[in-house]
Design a protein around this ligand. Structure first.
Ligand code: HEC
Ligand code: HEC
Ligand code: HEC
Ligand code: HEC
Ligand code: HEC
Length: 398
């Protein structure tokens, strides 16, 4: 009985916030349609992780979706629709109910609207041009749990929203919105905030931890504004129009070159202990963005160049399910302490000096997935266990 009530409650909540999908016309549905005039932008975006946000294109995302479906006994397609809220927001079906679960259990969902929506080309590019540039309104006044597709209203297909108020294009209509230039954080927080588990446990909230100090998300993840062009079409006296533009590569935690120097490192000896200060001058915590990310401090104690002892200190978060067992962020009811380095702040680790050592070398690395989640999901691609170099310091010991 209790379970039934819960299901009814869940269905009514999801329909309450169900967004209105707007069909994307074939002429705008994917980035190849923009290449004739925005090739430089398409080329950059293509290599970003926004472009990989789809079940078929990201092993970690796929494994997590499968795992959630298996453990919650919800149909895979039902879970995929739920995740699409932020990962594939142009999907044409925005929620599924108990009827879909019954059809799925009976194996009759192959030709359903839900399957068609999930297999559509419109969502195969993940967070593509017509996600960010077709948002007509952002409902920032909605409850903070309402994210992705349910936090926005789409423009009519073919109306591109952009940062300029004087742009004109022969291919599409153009409109200006303030979250494309003055307040772009609002656009990023549509999805990069309040990520929660099946039990409503919030495992990351970039909007809450963000310290407003003048730097915008786009300043670092799309680069500063530079002189360039928005379109290659010759609209300005037979030349492309010069504009102030940003990049579309969205480099982030998966880009190893972004990590070098991302955090500062200070190593000191105080009596019989080594103090390692990790300093974060960015306006959000690191790691952040998703759960189970990890920072590793590797220590090598030496005596006249001979290695006496090596040691690794880990900054990560572990998650527990309803039964108290180790799990992934999306199935968590609780977590270990947050050890991330706070926004515009620092975290200090200490460890005893190895007896006899005259030198210690400390190297900081970042990993996208900690060992626990890596083995729960049996991830295979090397990127998930790769260590990205951040910084290193070495001091002599007294
Ligand atoms: C994650 C959101 C996001 C995605 C995805 C995205 N854009 Fe943008 N785009 C922006 C933002 C934000 C700006 C405004 C940058 C600024 O000037 O501050 C912008 C600016 C632009 C501009 C104006 C010129 C410039 O570069 O600043 C054009 C044209 C454009 N985007 C086209 C595209 C195309 C084509 C795609 C798909 C290949 C795309 N965008 C994907 C967020 C996005
Ligand atoms: C036939 C050429 C052409 C094609 C194809 C085209 N655009 Fe454009 N687009 C333009 C021109 C021209 C501008 C105006 C540039 C300027 O004023 O500097 C523009 C401007 C934009 C802007 C900025 C609008 C603003 O007000 O800031 C966005 C966003 C945009 N296009 C997105 C897209 C997307 C997404 C696609 C593919 C679905 C696409 N465009 C396809 C020619 C094109
Ligand atoms: C419609 C939802 C949505 C919006 C809006 C959005 N993002 Fe994202 N973003 C995602 C998702 C989902 C991913 C993860 C994709 C993956 O890894 O498969 C992502 C990934 C990223 C990454 C890569 C992080 C990494 O770990 O490498 C960066 C950087 C990023 N987004 C920045 C931005 C910025 C800046 C904005 C605002 C201009 C923005 N995003 C707007 C959903 C969104
Ligand atoms: C001052 C520069 C700066 C600003 C501003 C900034 N970031 Fe970052 N961000 C970084 C750095 C540095 C990293 C870690 C290195 C990397 O991305 O490779 C990072 C990492 C990330 C990641 C990946 C984190 C992880 O561990 O998975 C995401 C997602 C992200 N930022 C989104 C955002 C969003 C959304 C905003 C705006 C609220 C924002 N960033 C503002 C510099 C910045
Ligand atoms: C509230 C919006 C939102 C919802 C709903 C959501 N995600 Fe995400 N997810 C994001 C954003 C934003 C990122 C990028 C963060 C980053 O890279 O640091 C992300 C990143 C991820 C990643 C890490 C990908 C990588 O390449 O490292 C996985 C795995 C993931 N999500 C799984 C899921 C699954 C499975 C669901 C559905 C059960 C889901 N997400 C629902 C917003 C969301």
């Amino acid at each position: 009985m209790k379970k039934k009530l819960l299901i009814i409650a869940a269905i009514s909540i999801s329909t309450l916030f169900a967004a209105e999908p707007v069909e994307v016309d074939d002429r705008f549905s994917d980035s190849t349609k923009c290449k004739a005039c925005h090739l430089h932008i398409v080329n950059e975006w293509e290599h970003s992780w926004h472009a990989k946000s789809h079940y078929e294109n990201n092993e970690y995302f796929r494994a997590t979706t499968d795992y959630v479906s298996k453990k919650t006994r919800k149909s895979l397609s039902g879970v995929q629709v739920q995740c699409a809220t932020c990962h594939n927001p142009r999907i044409s079906v925005t929620s599924t109910g108990i009827e879909h679960e019954i059809i799925a259990v009976m194996g009759l969902d192959k030709d359903s609207e839900v399957e068609k929506a999930l297999e559509s080309d419109v969502i195969s590019e993940g967070i593509n041009c017509v996600v960010c540039h077709n948002i007509g309104a952002i409902y920032s006044d909605k409850d903070e749990t309402v994210r992705g597709i349910n936090r926005v209203e789409w423009t009519k297909s073919g109306v591109m929203v952009g940062p300029f108020d004087d742009a004109m294009s022969p291919y599409h209509k153009v409109e200006h919105r303030e979250y494309m230039d003055k307040d772009p954080n609002k656009l990023c927080f549509v999805c990069h905030a309040n990520d929660r588990s099946a039990s409503d446990f919030v495992f990351v909230n970039m909007e809450k931890e963000y310290v407003d100090g003048g730097k915008l998300c786009v300043d670092c993840h799309m680069g500063s504004k530079k002189q360039g062009i928005a379109a290659t079409l010759r609209i300005d006296n037979k030349k492309p129009k010069e504009r102030e533009v940003r990049g579309h590569a969205f480099p982030g935690a998966h880009t190893d070159t972004m990590w070098e120097g991302a955090l500062d490192l200070k190593v000191e000896q105080k009596k019989k202990e080594v103090f390692i200060s990790i300093i974060n001058s960015n306006p959000h915590n690191i790691p952040s963005g998703f759960g189970s990310r990890e920072i590793i401090a590797e220590l090598v104690f030496k005596k006249s160049d001979e290695v006496l002892e090596t040691k690794a200190l880990s900054l990560t978060t572990y998650y527990k399910d309803k039964r108290g067992k180790a799990t992934i962020p999306h199935l968590a009811v609780s977590s270990s302490d947050d050890l991330s380095v706070p926004a515009n702040g620092k975290r200090v680790l200490k460890t005893p000096v190895q007896r006899g050592a005259d030198r210690v070398e400390v190297t900081l690395y970042y990993r996208l997935v900690n060992n626990e989640v890596h083995s729960l999901l049996d991830l295979r691609e090397p990127i998930w266990s790769q260590k990205f170099f951040i910084a290193s310091k070495s001091i002599s010991l007294k």
